[in-house]
Each structure stands twice: as structure tokens, then as C-alpha cells.
Design a protein around this ligand. Structure first.
Ligand code: FES
Length: 109
């Protein structure tokens, strides 16, 4: 029996993965779809200073305030458990995170 030809993995950077756009503290951000908001913030360059402990909804250190498009209410959730959604507007994150993100955007260190 002849051996089956092996499938090759696509070359790096050639696959199209769905993307999601959202606003993070007033800035438009695009990340791969399906990420938790915590990971999406990190991918977007949001470098938090304080420890974000458990990453599974126990410690409460990663709480964010956000709105969905067209919704009149502000929601609060733990970013480690929340999947990033198209058009969501993340308005507030804990103070130290917020400061770090602004510094990154302004080129400060
Ligand atoms: S990191 Fe602990 S609740 Fe999100």
C-alpha cells in the first residue's frame, strides 16, 4: 500500500483568521476573533502593571466596564472570562492598567 502524501501546514502568515474590531479606551483595535478580552487587550499592547492573578474568574482583578453597540446600559464583567465582541466599547479598566495603556499610546515608558 502506497503511503498517503502528507498535508503540509500553511506557511506562516498565509492563513486568514477572522478578526474582531472593538474600542479600547477610545482607540480602535482589531484582534483575532474568539479571544478573551484580557488576551485581546494584551495583543493590542495594553501592558498592565499590576498582577492579574487567576485568569479564571476568581480574583476579580481584571474587571472592565463596557457597552455593546446600541445598548443604553454599561456592563461590568471580568475580562478573563469575556470573549471580545464586534463593536464593543471598553470604557474603563482598573486605574493602573489605564495609565499603562495611555503611556504606551503616547510613547512614554
Ligand atoms: S484574572 Fe482573576 S478574575 Fe480575571
Amino acid at each position: 500500500m502506497a503511503a498517503k502524501p502528507r498535508k503540509r501546514a500553511p506557511a506562516a502568515g498565509t492563513t486568514k483568521r477572522p478578526r474582531t474590531r472593538f474600542r479600547l479606551l477610545g482607540k480602535e483595535v482589531e484582534v483575532p476573533a474568539g479571544m478573551t478580552l484580557l488576551n485581546a487587550m494584551q495583543v493590542a499592547g495594553h501592558d498592565y502593571l499590576k498582577g492579574c492573578g487567576c485568569r479564571m474568574g476568581d480574583c476579580g482583578e481584571c474587571a472592565v466596564y463596557y457597552r455593546m453597540p446600541g445598548a443604553p446600559v454599561t456592563l461590568r464583567d471580568f475580562s478573563c472570562e469575556l470573549r471580545v465582541m464586534e463593536g464593543m466599547d471598553v470604557m474603563e479598566v482598573p486605574f493602573k492598567w489605564n495609565l499603562a495603556f495611555r503611556r504606551a499610546g503616547e510613547g512614554e515608558k
